[in-house]
Design a protein around this ligand. Structure first.
Ligand code: ADP
Ligand code: MG
Length: 698
């Protein structure tokens, strides 16, 4: 057993009680867990400031001087201990809200101390609350007068004295143990070419940096390592899959495809659609199983691409399926595809949670005996009972709502895994896609069908409503329809609901019957009522639809050309973009109006400006990633790959790209990692692959 996998209770200064606490509160079980509990920030203690130089905006800093005049001020709850602190240059107050007795006992007046804390300005004078006070006598200059690490510790830990300082001491004793060693896990050549710090050195420097430069260097190395092994794993996974599984060869372009292409397709394909079909087709006939991610903004025409590939599968005697995340979307696919196929002899069926038992049985039969060519549905498709005769091509729409495991379930439906096409309308920034779907090949439809005009997006303040009314009436007079969307957010549901209702009443007053017809849809309505209201809008019987975000997915009304978003400051960027995608589906010029109050913070302004500036979903996703970080983006929460220790997908894009390239290069040169120069890498990687979390191993 290696030193670093020793149980944490055996570390000097830990013992059973502290070990329990470390395990429960931070998941630190063995030495290496502590080693990989990195500081969340560092503070430069290499400098001693003068009181006359500091002001309230400064970060944590340290001073050297004398403490005097302890006094207690305030009553009961606001009672606090205050003392004066002087150096040659001036004076400030130290304040403690707790622990007065202990502090008075521990601190001697008029003796020299090192004081460390965050200055704040209060009533025109500077004070420092709960400073760390150290005796310069037992203040080991070499050890402490430098960049200090700060560690996460929970409240429970702190009450037992296991705070950031205690963690620092423990880490320090671990690193100084004569038995401490850590193996390098990257090939020498890689370390040289990327100018990386060694593994051991970087782990020392990340905790106790000798200089800001060395800290930066250590961070870079550790981030690189973290991202590199994720990429190596994804690429190995991909390689293995293609080696392991022969794909079904779907070579023939036959009657179904040709008939559809020449006689049924109601429009010319865009160049992007043609290119993507070619890419997919190349995979289908390659003899390797395809796993491809198809990204394309809302309205870019992914459905028809998927359909044409499914027709190729049928031409080769195979079945296809589409799995959608919601019933509405499955229904919409079923309708679209049935209409497009017209009178062609293709048997299309839909299977969802609400399919009646009798019909369900018939569908199950039709699937296993091969009568059904295309099966469209929801999660119901991956249930055990659904057995295909010969599934050749599987489409997963809106992938971000399905996990990797669900994808795998589809593969297992056959002796041979089918070709899998994953479609998403939520553009994912490239680096994020690289991590979330790094084992997939990618195709992008980066072009909208001809004739679509970019949506004109404008930001308006609430008090411009009157002018907006005029604009709405003009659009309605032209025969257009309008959406008005209100936020409805769980935390303020009641208030939002009231806003929606009063908004609806205002619209009804401004657009009175019988000249105008208004419909309304929100989440609290009965499904039947919702459906009826939706249909009124779809059929053009209502001019305006007042709605909450329920319309985000699944509504397609090409005649609607105006989207008005109320309280737009409360929506996230990707949500605004998705909502905007409801218009601009016809040939008419469409408009999106973002209404907000005057009070906007910097992030909100950036969101609104981005929306007004561009219609490009990828650009918007990129800004969203920068603003919110990867963990907050839709669909990434449940994904363990983003559970990163030190790297940040939004901020470390360059390192990520480099790590990906390096991993690819190594896999290309040595697919089995069996060359001698990759021995360390292989050893580490074998352990790494058994664990889910990076760092657990050493
Ligand atoms: P999405 O990529 O959002 O799933 P859809 O596949 O639903 O987009 O297509 C959006 C609309 O555009 C549909 O009404 C579809 O028929 C139409 N469409 C798709 N491709 C083209 C094209 N090349 N030219 C014109 N219209 C197209
Ligand atoms: Mg779609």
């Amino acid at each position: 057993m290696s030193f670093l996998s020793t149980q944490i209770e055996f570390l000097k200064g830990v013992g059973t009680a502290r070990a329990d606490m470390l395990k429960k509160e931070l998941g630190i079980f063995v030495f290496s867990d502590l080693l990989f509990h990195f500081p969340y920030r560092h503070v430069d203690r290499s400098n001693i400031y003068k009181i006359s130089d500091i002001h309230g905006d400064m970060p944590y800093l340290q001073l050297r001087g004398k403490i005097s005049h302890f006094r207690t001020i305030g009553k009961s709850k606001s009672e606090r201990l205050v003392a004066d602190f002087n150096d040659e240059s001036g004076k400030l107050e130290l304040v403690w809200f707790q622990g007065a007795k202990w502090i008075r006992d521990a601190i001697k007046e008029n003796k020299e101390y090192m004081v460390f804390g965050k200055p704040t300005e209060y009533n025109g004078s500077i004070n420092m609350a709960h400073p760390t006070v150290d005796d310069p006598e037992n203040f080991d200059q070499k050890k402490y007068l430098r960049i200090m690490p700060f560690y996460t510790a929970t409240e429970r830990m702190k009450t037992k004295g296991l705070d950031t300082k205690a963690l620092m001491k423990l880490t320090n004793s671990l690193l100084n143990d004569p038995k401490f060693t850590i193996e390098e896990n990257l090939p020498e050549e890689l370390i040289r070419s990327q100018k990386l710090m060694s593994r051991k050195e970087s782990l020392i420097q990340i905790h106790f940096p000798e200089s800001p430069e060395k800290l930066a260097h250590a961070e870079k190395r550790l981030k690189f390592e973290e991202l590199f092994f994720i990429q190596l794993r994804l690429l190995r996974y991909k390689l293995k899959r293609t080696q392991l599984f022969n794909g079904i060869k779907l070579e023939t372009i036959g009657e179904h495809f040709n008939n559809f292409y020449h006689n049924k397709l109601p429009f010319e394909l865009t160049n992007a659609q043609k290119r993507v079909i070619k890419e997919i087709r190349a995979d289908m006939k390659s003899g390797k199983q395809m796993n491809r991610l198809l990204q394309g903004d809302v309205g870019s025409g992914k459905t028809v691409v998927a359909l044409m590939c499914m027709l190729i599968a049928i031409d080769n005697g195979y079945q296809s399926c589409i799995m959608a995340p919601t019933e509405i979307l499955a229904q919409q696919h079923f309708q679209t595809i049935s209409t497009l196929l017209d009178d062609m002899k293709v048997n299309v069926k839909i299977l969802t949670g609400s399919t009646p038992a009798k019909e369900r049985r018939l569908i199950h039969e039709g699937i296993i005996n091969g009568e059904i060519d295309i099966l469209i549905g929801t999660h119901a498709l991956i249930e055990q009972v659904v057995q295909f005769k010969n599934l050749g091509f599987a489409v997963i729409d809106e992938q971000h709502r399905f996990g990797v495991e669900q994808r795998a379930k589809l593969w297992k439906k056959n002796d041979y895994p089918p070709h899998v096409l994953v479609m998403t309308a939520t553009p994912i920034p490239r680096t994020l896609a690289m991590t979330l779907y790094g084992d997939l090949d990618t195709s992008v439809i980066n072009e909208l069908p001809a004739g679509r005009k970019p949506i004109n997006t404008q930001h308006r303040f609430d008090n411009n409503r009157l002018r907006l009314l005029g604009f709405m009436k003009t659009e309605i007079a032209k025969g257009r329809q309008i959406y008005i969307v209100y936020p409805l957010i769980k935390e303020s549901e009641k208030l939002d609901y009231m806003n929606l209702m009063s908004g609806y009443e205002n619209v009804c007053r401004d657009f009175p019957e019988p000249q105008y017809h208004i419909c309304m849809v929100h989440g609290q309505m009965k499904p039947a009522d919702k459906e009826r209201e939706m249909q009124r809008f779809v059929k053009g019987q209502a001019h305006i639809m007042v709605a909450t975000t329920v319309i985000e997915v699944g509504v397609n009304v090409p005649n609607a050309s105006v989207m008005i978003i109320e309280s737009a400051e409360r929506f996230g960027l990707s949500q605004l973009h998705q909502l905007r995608g409801r218009v601009g589906r016809g040939a008419e010029q469409s408009h999106c109006i973002l209404l907000t109050s005057y009070k906007l913070n910097a992030d909100t302004k950036l969101r609104l400006n981005t929306m007004c500036r561009t219609n490009d979903g990828f650009e918007i996703a990129e800004v969203d990633l920068q603003l919110r970080g990867p963990g907050e983006l839709e669909g990434t929460q449940q994904s363990g790959v983003l559970d990163l220790r030190i790297a940040n997908i939004a901020k470390d894009q360059v390192i990520l790209q480099t790590a990906r390239n390096c991993a690819q290069q190594i896999i290309d040169n040595d697919p089995s990692l069996s060359k001698p120069e990759n021995l360390k890498l292989l050893n580490y990687f074998t352990e790494y692959s058994k664990h889910n979390r990076w760092g657990r191993i050493s």
